[in-house]
Design a protein around this ligand. Structure first.
Ligand SMILES: O=C1NC[C@H](CO)[C@@H](O)[C@@H]1O
Ligand SMILES: [Ca+2]
Length: 440
């Protein structure tokens, strides 16, 4: 029946999420233990963020705090034991500074928040020490890539997200170690982007980290822009630093002024030229669907709810979201699905602010469609085509799946005592850095 779900139904759904997580973890342990990513159709593996076939246990580390908050304690301990016995970052290989920080530094810090094991903090510090040299530029904006062993840097053109998505993780690391180098580097990098905003208070997607010159003109709330804005707010939410709220408010006022487009009751945020405000494209990438949750957090609940509902109509149409969608053409521009969490992320953030069943319903639709279309023999996989019938699967489970949507679903449905629903902080990778209740 379509009737409103009662509390027992949500708890039953939370139990199903937990069962799916335990099953996927057991498949990972059986077929990909210690590897970065499992390919759940072919039962093979892939490596990330190192791409040289060397593995750092990415999915295992990303899963840890999700396992803990679900009460899968023996599996959590198995993972922590693997980290303590095997994890070594002294590898002669290049990694993305951004991806490695949000996924591995963040994953180790959230596991430490769950259990307090000092080895997890030591590993997070060791890794951050290997990433820190990337920030040694004249502007303070980091290189895109660094070698974990030699410190050799590459990719001098970076994005606002790639430059400024560090402060919550690195501020936490400084707080826990007493070493200010991490928070100082993260803060200086974010300010360097903000100080180079256009006269419209917009930022573009690409900038030269040595000269500080912009290398693109496109302002977006999607890829390359997204977590720059998210982390301005987060600096306020996690550390109560008003400087970050002022920067967030400045950037958000500009986005609401220049990128807010209503089509009837549907709200969209097209990319615009960062100096003229002219619309560049009506294609939205799926990553932008996190933004409704951030707008709600920052006080623009009307726009946050409307943008999330816009994306919910796309989810209703295709079951799972395509990677790219053109709201003017009313069709997908990229038909693949990368098993991404953003709409569930937004629904969860809005639920925390306003526990209306609607946000749980969007999360439930996201979860049930994932079970129906993305489940494969050895785990959950991304899709090649969401428009084909039946939808065609690809063969890759990304690390963020273990840290993000499975945690958002569980927290949305379970009301678990292990999480403080009133005072908490989750990173852009879903890592809980504040709000776990160990005693529960
Ligand atoms: O901020 C992010 N961007 C891309 C991934 C999820 O789609 C994930 O790594 C994270 O949520
Ligand atoms: Ca994110």
């Amino acid at each position: 029946s379509v009737g409103r779900s009662g509390p027992a139904d949500w708890r039953t759904l939370a139990e199903d999420v937990k069962t799916q997580m335990a099953w996927a973890w057991d498949q990972y342990k059986a077929h990909a233990w210690g590897k970065d990513e499992i390919r759940p159709v072919s039962r093979t593996v892939s490596s990330f963020p190192l791409r040289n076939g060397h593995h750092l246990g990415l999915s295992l580390i990303e899963a840890l705090d999700t396992l803990w908050v679900m009460g899968l304690d023996s599996r959590f301990q198995d993972g922590v034991d693997w980290v303590k016995a095997n994890l070594d970052f002294d590898v002669d290989g290049d990694v993305s500074v951004f991806e490695t920080s949000i996924r591995l530094v963040g994953g180790l810090l959230s596991a430490h928040h769950a259990c307090g094991d000092p080895v997890l903090l030591a590993k997070a510090k060791d890794l951050a020490d290997r990433l820190l040299p990337a920030f040694g530029t004249p502007t303070g904006m980091p290189w895109g890539t660094i070698n974990l062993k030699t410190g050799a840097v590459r990719n001098g053109v970076n994005s606002p997200a790639g430059i400024a998505t560090y402060w919550p993780e690195w501020g936490t690391l400084s707080r826990l170690t007493g070493d200010p180098r991490y928070s100082d580097a993260a803060r200086k990098a974010a300010l360097a982007v903000f100080d180079r905003r256009s006269k419209l208070d917009l930022v573009a997607t690409q900038i030269d980290v040595l000269s500080g010159e912009w290398k693109s003109r496109t302002a977006t709330v999607g890829s390359y822009g997204d977590s720059f804005f998210e982390y301005l707010w987060d600096g306020w939410q996690l550390f109560g630093d008003p400087e970050w709220k002022r920067m967030y408010d400045t950037c958000t006022a500009a986005i609401l002024k220049h990128q807010q487009v209503w089509k009837g009751s549907r709200l969209w945020f097209p990319d615009v030229d960062f100096e003229t405000g002219a619309i560049v494209t009506t294609e939205q990438d799926e990553l932008a669907s996190f933004y409704g949750g951030l707008l709600g957090q920052g006080g623009a609940m009307k726009q946050g709810a409307a943008y999330t509902e816009s994306w919910a109509t796309v989810q209703d149409r295709y079951g799972v979201l395509p990677e790219g969608y053109d709201y003017a053409a009313v069709r997908p521009t990229q038909v693949s699905n990368s098993l991404r969490p953003e709409l569930a992320d937004a629904a969860f953030n809005l639920w925390l602010l306003d526990p209306e069943p609607r946000w749980r319903e969007i999360g439930r639709a996201h979860f049930l469609a994932m079970k129906r279309w993305n489940k494969a023999t050895y785990g959950y996989t991304d899709l090649a085509d969401v428009t084909s019938n039946p939808k065609r699967q690809a063969d890759h489970c990304p690390g963020y799946w273990w840290s993000e949507q499975m945690k958002y679903y569980y927290l949305l449905f379970s009301d678990t005592p292990r999480f403080d629903y009133k005072r908490n902080y989750l990173s852009t990778e879903g890592n809980v850095l504040l709000g776990f209740r160990r005693g529960a």
